[in-house]
Design a protein around this ligand. Sequence first.
Ligand SMILES: Cc1cc2nc3c(=O)[nH]c(=O)nc-3n(C[C@H](O)[C@H](O)[C@H](O)COP(=O)(O)OP(=O)(O)OC[C@H]3O[C@@H](n4cnc5c(N)ncnc54)[C@H](O)[C@@H]3O)c2cc1C
Length: 391
Amino acid sequence: MMDLRWTPAEDQFRAEARAWLEANAPREPLPHGDTFEGFPVNRAWERRLFEAGWAVVSWPREYGGREASLWEWLIFEEEYYRIGLPQRVAQNGIFLLAPSIFEFGTQEQRDEILPRMAGVDDIWCQGWSEPNAGSDLAGIRSTGVRDDAAGGWRLHGQKTWTTRGAFATKLFGLFRTDPAADRHRGLSYLLVDLDQDGVDVRPVDKLDGDAGFAEVFFDGAFAPDSAVLGGVDRGWDVAMATTGSERGLTLRSPGRFMAAAARLVDLHHRIGAPTHDEQGARDAVVEAWMDAEAYQLNTLQTVTRLAQGATMGPESSVNKVFWSEMDIRLNEAALRLLGSRAPLVEGAPDAVDHGAWMSSFMFALAGPIYAGTNEIQRNVIAERVLGLPRK
Ligand SMILES: Cc1cc2nc3c(=O)[nH]c(=O)nc-3n(C[C@H](O)[C@H](O)[C@H](O)COP(=O)(O)OP(=O)(O)OC[C@H]3O[C@@H](n4cnc5c(N)ncnc54)[C@H](O)[C@@H]3O)c2cc1C
């Protein structure tokens, strides 16, 4: 039988996190972190979180954490989103890169990178996708050419769809360092300073109007030997570990969806449902709530397995398909409640909740694409979880 109760120590952890957040979280909702006005405001808030020891609860104390268990991390996430705080501008560093730094990094890399990441001195972005390498990531053409005299790699090529690239100071990217090797083998995982000659970051407009999205061009930029994570030409294995974090546990904790489901129920209480769609819209709200609960229970089960020593394997793809499609359904349920007011975006006088539901719906539409498209995840599930034959 599964015991679904928290321990007294975990309840105490929750009470402490809640008390700190209630006393310190900004009173007004933060502006969106991927806008030029919103980014510095969110960064300042996340700095505060770090200074109080709440930015990276599960990390070692020497890097700004409090050595919390995975359970306590989940509890913190629940409390963070419950109070209405947004996704963090430091998230791609903290939730994607950091687990790979802990696993593959040298002591020097950990000491140098992790405290600055947690303290938002550095904002990290993910430089993997290229115009001809998305689903087929091994098709990467950006190169790192050996520069023995300088002791490192000269970078050339183009990365695209770089989330928060316009605001980031650092990029973790895959570059082809051995053009003669097999497609998956000749890649290195490089930790690149964006503030240098030979780097050109060009913002790309997104449907939801956010300004952080970018393309990043390299023309002779430099990455020293100390910036290789996990060994020269061994980048594929490190990247696969990072994708496990992105699709699996850390990027999309259940707290975020439970908070969104609670806001949806609150919306229903406040505005009801359009008379022509009352039953259907109400059912959609209930289903969204149940999805969020199911996701939480599934995550608790995963954490139980991880705590017993298991590792996250290809089943992280099941997770990714579920959270990305759940997010769309949840936001669609809100748009059904809003009926004819759904298209009113921020700035429209009659927009409910400042048009937040339409913006989060538009962001949710990208969920089945980023972190590897859901078609690719379904291929992974078919072949590696269910053991079906490759076609
Ligand atoms: C909001 C957003 C943020 C992103 N942020 C980042 C980021 O920070 N860093 C980064 O590196 N990338 C980022 N990406 C890029 C993302 O990882 C890619 O868009 C994704 O991997 C798909 O690659 P692609 O766009 O080249 O599409 P393609 O690979 O060209 O795919 C096009 C279509 O074909 C389908 N398809 C392709 N191959 C197969 C196959 N074998 N079987 C079945 N269907 C297939 C795909 O599912 C898709 O529907 C982001 C994307 C979005 C939308």
